[in-house]
Design a protein around this ligand. Structure first.
Ligand SMILES: [Zn+2]
Length: 304
């Protein structure tokens, strides 16, 4: 039809708009499904609406979504299914961004080294802004932190692996490949056994630069274990050195985004000043056109 049209530009625009509307609708519905299931309600994704020229209110979709949810058997199955679909759509969105087919930008907010008791406050902020992030966790005391691990999982954030001990000493995880992998798998089992999450996301303590001392086949070993890894392309600067003010941390993030369309922001949930800066960081990124997603294995940002 397009070939015989008298106005191919218009047909192209119509097709593109249709595709964008379909993808946009799919993404919003799936986002809403997740929010429903994990008690994050009232998703109101203004940015996607604006960018994709679609006006689909959540209320309009509510009846259909509830019907769909009722069809699923078992909450875990439905969450897994929803997340899978959600990540497929998120991956599609990444491709659209890379191909410059949309003005939407994606920010992956990541929090390392937790959980801590302070993590609860980070979760409060993310909940307030209805944002899902990624927590690269260590193996901590269940007596102290079990509830916080669970809150991360139940809220729909990605619970990811940052090794069990994070031991950077001379006898620590980077002493040998075997030692590193043992520590990685120890944390994998810890997360799976206690929180029923089969994570495949890794952030190397200190960043992947720390693995330079290992053999060239080391990354393949990580991949063969089913893992992908990610560093960061924006840092809050809260990970060491002198303590910086909330305003400085905010500026570290917002002033180093430049023209990046997909960003992975490094933060630490032990930093009280990062907690204080988080609302400003979120609002600043929103003002730049970013939406926030939790990391997933298929993401173009995850190295395999
Ligand atoms: Zn770390």
């Amino acid at each position: 039809m397009a070939k015989t049209s008298q106005d191919p530009k218009r047909d192209y625009r119509t097709s593109t708009t249709l595709i964008i509307i379909l993808l946009g609708c799919g993404l919003i519905v799936v986002l809403f499904l997740i929010m429903q299931k994990i008690s994050l309600i009232r998703m109101n994704n203004e940015v996607l609406k604006d960018q994709n020229e679609i006006i689909v209110t959540l209320n309009d979709k509510k009846a259909n979504i509830l019907n769909d949810l009722n069809r699923y058997e078992g909450i875990q199955t439905s969450i897994d299914k929803i997340k899978k679909e959600y990540f497929i759509d998120a991956h599609t969105l990444e491709q659209m961004i890379i191909n410059e087919e949309t003005d939407v930008k994606i920010a992956y907010l990541t929090f390392d080294d937790g959980p801590y008791l302070l993590t609860a406050k980070f979760l409060d902020v993310l909940e307030e802004y209805e944002i899902l992030g990624t927590f690269f966790t260590l193996g901590k005391s269940l007596d102290l932190y079990e509830d916080i691990y669970w809150r991360i999982v139940d809220s729909g954030h990605s619970l990811a692996n940052h090794t069990y001990t994070h031991d950077l000493s001379k006898t620590g995880i980077y002493t040998s490949e075997t030692k590193f992998i043992d520590d990685l798998l120890r944390q994998h089992d810890f997360i799976q056994k206690n929180f029923n999450v089969n994570t495949n996301l890794l952030r190397f303590p200190g960043g992947s630069v720390m693995t330079k001392r290992f053999s060239s086949s080391f990354k393949e070993k990580i991949r063969d274990l089913g893992y992908g890894y990610i560093d960061w392309n924006v840092s809050s600067g809260d990970g060491g050195g002198p303590v910086q003010s909330p305003n400085a941390l905010r500026n570290n993030v917002l002033n180093t985004v430049y023209n990046k369309k997909i960003i992975c922001v490094l933060m630490h949930d032990y930093s009280y000043n990062t907690y204080l800066a988080l609302p400003d960081i979120i609002e600043g990124l929103q003002a730049k056109g970013f939406i926030f997603l939790p990391l997933f294995y298929e993401s173009t940002m995850i190295k395999k």
